[in-house]
Design a protein around this ligand. Structure first.
Ligand code: HSE
Length: 437
């Protein structure tokens, strides 16, 4: 059997510990599959004394991850430190610069420096593998890069953040408050160190930037993405969605349009009977629309130690087998710049929830403003506020829910700005885009 592949792991959080445990458990099976053993020979982390539930007695310890990356003791660096810069970037650069292959789960690093790192990997003929960076255990990187290498991709959309899907699921199913669900997601280890990163959509955006590059052969560019998070979603929206035949999911969507590539992250109404709407809890899913074939939906665990370690290990196996693919599916010189389709030109249906003043002329004013922008309504529902006796209460503000046929973002924004100026509503309207699926 060939010599063992010597792995150095930088970062021993939940993923690092799960990875080392999995390699120990699967040692013989991995050697049989890859034709050589995979041995974790060195590690680096902040605190040496911490009990992580893994045996590190025969593993060399490095206080500095960059030193680990350069060490002649290892063939492959596994970077699990996280963060777009700092020690994670320095260690990855040091390893690639020394001609060592790298496996990373670091979406922030790839979203920001993916092209530069892929160029460095190419120059030194090293692999740069990152299956765990998007959708954890779901093999979506390999699906796009290898499985669909022969297809033209039209659209890709997915639930890419376990924390948000967990929160939306519990809010919907158990009628819980947003803050309580978030706390629970943190306790279970799904959320990022700063959970605003999850709930404001930035985690999804980084993952979408990577998928979009693979799907469309463009340079990874997180700045080309329109981002809205889920913090404004209220129970009222989830209840209304249910009644209208939808569910609300935080989606990352990248789609080819005549204006360029539209990349957006926002809460989205998806039909309740669609594949993506069935995805609950921390589970992630990605649907790929490729020309000439029916859509493919991949579903699986998208966060957590074991799920992420599973993808990291599959990347290590590729290296052990001697496989090396261009990190973004083609040489970096062949990646094109993103021609960004402006969000104002986005076209689709819209759900709009307004608090309308309950007096004569309000509905007519709203209808006029929508008509001025040539927005056609699929449905309109007004609910009366009730007083203590259950009777309809007149004169206050009442929720009005509108669902439009396909229109443009620009038209919706203009119509709602005009309704605001007319002073027939109170507060800000809630707007949720509807994705065709
Ligand atoms: N915070 C991320 C999530 C972890 O909730 O999906 C995986 O990237």
């Amino acid at each position: 059997m060939a010599e063992a592949l010597r792995v150095g792991v930088a970062g021993l959080g939940t993923v690092g510990a799960a990875l080392i445990a999995q390699i120990a458990r699967q040692h013989d099976a991995l050697a049989a599959r890859c034709g050589r053993a995979i041995d974790v020979v060195a590690v680096s982390a902040r605190s040496k004394g911490k009990d992580r539930g893994i045996d590190l007695k025969r593993t060399k310890w490095f206080a500095d991850p960059v030193e680990l990356a350069r060490s002649a003791d290892i063939d492959v660096l596994v970077e699990l430190i996280g963060g777009a810069g700092g020690p994670a970037k320095a260690a990855v650069e040091a390893a690639l610069g020394a001609g060592k292959s790298v496996v990373t789960a670091n979406k922030a690093l790839l979203a920001k420096h993916g092209v530069a790192l892929a160029t460095l990997a190419e120059k030194h003929k090293a692999a740069l593998n990152y299956e765990a960076a998007v959708g954890a255990a779901i093999p979506v990187i390999k699906t796009l890069r290898e499985g669909l290498a022969g297809n033209s991709i039209e659209r890709i959309y997915g639930i890419l953040n376990g924390t948000c899907n967990y929160i939306l699921t519990r809010m919907e199913q158990e009628k819980l408050a947003f803050a309580d669900c978030l706390k629970e997601a943190q306790r279970l280890g799904y959320a990022e160190a700063d959970p605003t990163f999850d709930i404001e959509g930035h985690d999804t955006a980084q993952k979408l930037a990577i998928l979009s590059s693979l799907a469309f052969g463009t340079k990874v560019d997180e700045r080309a993405i329109y981002v809205e998070g889920i913090s404004s979603i209220a129970s009222a929206d989830l209840i209304a969605a249910e009644e209208l035949g939808y569910r609300v999911k935080l989606l990352g969507v990248a789609v080819k349009t005549p204006q360029g590539i539209e990349q957006r992250v926002h809460p989205t109404m998806v039909r309740k009977d669609s594949a993506i709407a069935q995805v609950m809890g921390v589970t992630n899913a990605v649907t790929i629309d490729a020309e000439g074939i029916n859509p493919i939906t991949l579903v699986g665990p998208g966060a957590g130690g074991a799920a992420t370690a599973s993808a990291v290990l599959s990347d290590i196996c590729d290296i052990a087998r001697g496989l090396r693919t261009a990190p973004f599916g083609r040489p970096t010189a062949r990646l094109t710049g993103v021609r960004k389709a402006p969000m104002q030109r986005h076209e689709g249906g819209y759900y709009i929830r307004l608090m309308a003043r309950d007096r004569p002329g309000t509905a007519a004013t709203i209808a006029t403003r929508l008509a001025e922008q040539e927005i056609s309504l699929e449905s309109i529902v007004q609910r009366h506020a009730k007083d203590d006796t259950g009777a309809a209460k007149k004169g206050g503000a009442v929720p009005v829910i509108l669902v439009t046929y396909a229109t443009s973002e620009d038209a919706v924004r203009k119509a709602l700005a005009a309704v605001g100026r007319d002073k027939v509503i109170s507060g800000r309207p809630q707007v949720i885009r509807i994705e065709k699926n």
